[in-house]
Design a protein around this ligand. Structure first.
Ligand SMILES: Nc1ncnc2c1ncn2[C@@H]1O[C@H](COP(=O)(O)OP(=O)(O)OP(=O)(O)O)[C@@H](O)[C@H]1O
Ligand SMILES: [Mg+2]
Length: 182
C-alpha cells in the first residue's frame, strides 16, 4: 500500500462511509503520533475519551458547527476533527465558517478531518476542497455516480470492502486502495 502524507496542521481530509465501516480507525491511523493537545474534536458520537480538547455538541445544527469552527480559529497549529458533520447540515449549502475554513484554514496552520455517512445532500465543497478523500462502498447507484464524478477511476468504489477505502489525493491526482491495519 502506498503511503499517505498527511500534514496535520495544513491538510483537509474527508471520509465518507456508512456506519461501522472504519472511518474513526482511519483517523486514528492518520493522527498517530500527533500530540493529543493539538487536536480539537467535535465529538458527535462521544468516541474521543481521553482527548483534552473535546467539544460535545449541544445541538446538531448549522449554528453549532460554525460556533465550533469559530472557537478553533483562535488557535494556530491545531487539527480539527469533526465526526459526522452531516448531522449538522440540513442542505447541501456549506456554512459560512466551513466555507471560509476550507478555503483558507491551511494558511492559519489548521488542519481538518471530517467524516460523513452519506455522500449526497452535503456540501460538494468537501469533495473539491479536501486534499485527501477516503470513500467507502455505497449500494445506491446515484451515490456511487456522485462520488465517481470526482474520481479518475470508475468502478472502484463498488469493489471496496469493509475497513478499506478508495483513496484520492486531489493535490497529487493520485488514487489507490487504502486498508486500515488492525
Ligand atoms: N482492519 C480492521 N479489521 C478488523 N476490525 C477493524 C478494522 N478496522 C476497524 N475495525 C473495527 O471496526 C469497528 C468499526 O470501526 P470504526 O469505529 O473505525 O468505524 P466508523 O466508520 O468510525 O463507525 P461509526 O460510523 O459508528 O462511527 C471498530 O470496532 C474497529 O475497531
Ligand atoms: Mg466513527
Amino acid at each position: 500500500m502506498r503511503k499517505i502524507k498527511f500534514y496535520w496542521n495544513k491538510d483537509t481530509a474527508t471520509l465518507i462511509a456508512i456506519r461501522q465501516w472504519g472511518k474513526t480507525t482511519v483517523i486514528k491511523e492518520l493522527t498517530n503520533g500527533i500530540p493529543k493537545e493539538k487536536i480539537i474534536v467535535l465529538d458527535s458520537n462521544r468516541e474521543y475519551n481521553g482527548f483534552p480538547n473535546r467539544w460535545i455538541p449541544k445541538a446538531y445544527d448549522l449554528e453549532e458547527l460554525d460556533k465550533f469552527i469559530r472557537y478553533c480559529r483562535q488557535f494556530k497549529n491545531r487539527l480539527l476533527i469533526i465526526e459526522d458533520i452531516d448531522l449538522f447540515f440540513s442542505s447541501a449549502n456549506p456554512t459560512k465558517e466551513l466555507k471560509n475554513f476550507l478555503i483558507n484554514g491551511s494558511h492559519q496552520d489548521l488542519g481538518l478531518i471530517v467524516t460523513l455517512k452519506r455522500p449526497l445532500g452535503n456540501p460538494r465543497l468537501l469533495m473539491t476542497e479536501s486534499i485527501h478523500l477516503f470513500l467507502g462502498r455505497f449500494s445506491l447507484r446515484n451515490e456511487r455516480d456522485y462520488l465517481e464524478d470526482f474520481l479518475n477511476s470508475k468502478g472502484e468504489i463498488e469493489k471496496v470492502k469493509r475497513f478499506s477505502f478508495w483513496y484520492r489525493n486531489n493535490d497529487l491526482d493520485e488514487e489507490f486502495l487504502y486498508k486500515t491495519r488492525r
